[in-house]
Design a binder for this molecule. Structure first.
Ligand code: ATP
Ligand code: MG
Length: 283
């Protein structure tokens, strides 16, 4: 049994549950429970506040967890970052009142900076030889300058809208974060095996992301050209049609290249091109 800690509510909750569901792990997301079993996979789910996830995994109360890299870095817990998950992207930045003149990090010498990430910030200031006062507050960091609690802030930014509406401007991007899968460094062999199966499923989902399944009819004499346009995983599937002189060709393409490929395929005589969504790719 592998116990995974995920956020009980908040920004990472939905995407964490979606990821588990895509991996075929049926999650009961009624959220009323603190600890929930799943039916068809040897996993149980522990719903926690994100602040508590790194420590819970480091201490072995949970085996793995899904949490922002910012929380892992701030808490400095002994966990392995197993996988970057591609959601929950944000950065932690220094921001100052928008009318303040800002040229370099020297701005912060002797200033008060409010943050919920005092460890990441003090390491950053130390690396850059800046002596500033760090004011640690738990939430609503963006209002600290207007409230006279600080001269600047160090806080999470994604679009930057919150900064603007509080009369602030982002001046230094210090730490880039996204949701990560973390694991206790000393998992048993049995738990590692379950984690590997989970990672295997996850990589199939990742590979399928942005990929489309294409099928079309191609004149037999144009098949060689079509294969050059569509390299596929090993090579495209080509099947004869009941009508002489035509084949059916199946392949997988990245959505980004799809329209260009379709244009090229049409120009060599392909017809009846179908584009299907793809869930997972197992190599
Ligand atoms: P909890 O109640 O679990 O402690 P929280 O309020 O601390 O929740 P959320 O606001 O739900 O946390 O954010 C969780 C994580 O989502 C952050 O730690 C960060 O990694 C990520 N994130 C992505 N974009 C943003 C954003 N714009 N603001 C805050 N966090 C973001
Ligand atoms: Mg939190």
């Amino acid at each position: 049994m592998l116990r995974i800690a995920i956020q009980n509510k908040g920004r990472l909750n939905e995407d964490s549950i979606r990821l588990l569901k895509e991996a075929g792990i049926a999650v009961d997301d009624s959220k009323r429970k603190f600890l929930a079993k799943v039916n068809d996979f040897p996993m149980e789910i522990l719903y926690l506040r994100d602040d508590d996830i790194p420590q819970t995994v480091a201490g072995g109360v949970a085996d793995v967890g899904i949490v922002g890299l910012n929380e892992v870095e701030e808490r400095g817990c002994n966990v392995d970052v197993v996988k970057h998950l591609g959601f929950g992207g944000c950065r932690i930045s220094l921001a100052v009142p928008k009318n303040d003149e800002y040229e370099s990090l020297d701005f912060f010498r002797g200033k008060r900076v409010a943050t919920s990430y005092p460890n990441i910030l003090s390491r950053f200031f130390e690396r850059n030889g800046i002596n500033a006062e760090i004011v640690t507050i738990a939430g609503s960091v963006e209002i600290a300058p207007a409230a006279g609690m600080s001269d600047a802030i160090f806080d999470i930014v994604s679009s930057g809208g919150t900064l603007v509406s509080n009369g602030l401007k982002e001046v230094e991007r210090v730490f880039a974060s996204e949701a990560v899968l973390i694991a206790n460094p000393s998992l048993s062999a049995e738990k590692k095996e379950i984690l590997d199966e989970f990672l295997f499923r996850f990589s199939a989902i990742e590979r399928g992301r942005g990929m489309k399944y294409l099928l079309m009819n191609v004149p037999s004499e144009a098949i060689d050209k079509a294969i050059k346009i569509l390299p596929a995983m090993r090579s495209p599937t080509v099947m004869p049609l009941a009508m002489d002189g035509w084949c059916s060709l199946h392949s997988v393409v990245n959505e980004k290249e799809m329209w260009e490929k379709i244009r090229q395929l049409k120009s060599i005589g392909a017809e009846g091109i179908l584009v299907l969504s793809l869930d997972k790719i197992v190599l």
